[in-house]
Design a binder for this molecule. Structure first.
Ligand code: TMP
Length: 236
């Protein structure tokens, strides 16, 4: 497969066209941002770790019947993915209060939520990814009711599978963000990435943060946390 011109550069990844009209190549960068790009930095080898971790988790999810965009990892930082158009909704699933939910609702971080929370944000950097609900999704025609139901059903299913998988590795899945894509034939599949950039992972025993919050909050030990996740998931 030939890597052709760059289509898009995001905060953490680049996307390239290929000579296969149904496939793109994503390339993971070490760049890290937080607070809608206000805070900028790099995390050494993050691109390599997120590429491997995301592909590992998506393959695991595929095994449980969740369709994803992953086709094949071709290098440390590059993966061939199915061509999709991204549904411009960030889907957030929360098991334990943390981050913006704790701030917004005054629930202390670490509080177990009595029911899993599903949130949507409108994926628009200029607007700062504002939170929306299903009425906004339909009013703005971001997805049809049937598509949004598919997305929500997958999000809860992914939460069940992922939380159980991580529990065995002594990792608590606090919350995470998903993005979905639409294939040219209209199928909804999981896209983007699942990594320490897009999830909160806490050590089950010590509560130690093993994710991008260490960067967001200047806690130090950022690289170590990403390497620890790689080690627990892939044994590397
Ligand atoms: P939040 O508590 O800041 O709203 O974040 C919820 C989850 O979503 C957390 O696991 C981090 C992830 N996330 C992203 O992947 N991208 C983002 O832009 C934001 C704000 C959060």
């Amino acid at each position: 497969m030939k890597k052709l011109e760059q289509l898009y550069e995001g905060k953490a990844k680049k996307v390239f066209k290929t000579d296969d009209p149904n496939a793109y190549i994503v390339e993971y960068k070490d760049d890290a941002t937080a607070f809608n790009g206000l805070k900028k930095g790099t995390i050494a080898e993050k691109g390599i770790i997120n590429n491997k971790v995301s592909n590992h988790l998506m393959k695991m999810l595929e095994g449980h019947g969740v369709p994803t965009h992953v086709i094949e990892q071709i290098s440390d930082r590059e993966t061939v993915v199915k061509k999709v158009s991204i549904v411009p909704i960030e889907v957030i699933v929360r098991n334990i209060a943390a981050g913006s939910l704790s701030k917004r609702l005054g629930i202390p971080e670490g509080t177990k939520l009595a029911k899993t929370v599903l949130e949507y944000s409108y994926k628009d950097d200029a607007l700062g990814d504002p939170m929306i609900n299903d009425y906004h999704v339909f009013a703005m025609e971001l997805a049809t009711p049937q598509e949004l139901k598919t997305i929500a059903d997958y999000a809860f299913k992914i939460n069940e599978i992922l939380a159980a998988y991580l529990k065995d590795l002594n990792i608590e899945l606090i919350d995470f963000k998903l993005e979905f894509g639409k294939t040219p034939d209209g199928k909804i599949i999981l896209a983007d990435e699942i990594s320490p950039d897009t999830c909160r992972f806490w050590d089950s025993t010590t509560g130690e943060k093993l994710d991008k919050d260490r960067f967001r909050r200047d806690m130090g030990g950022v690289e170590g946390a990403y390497h620890e996740i790689l080690k627990r998931l892939l044994g590397e």
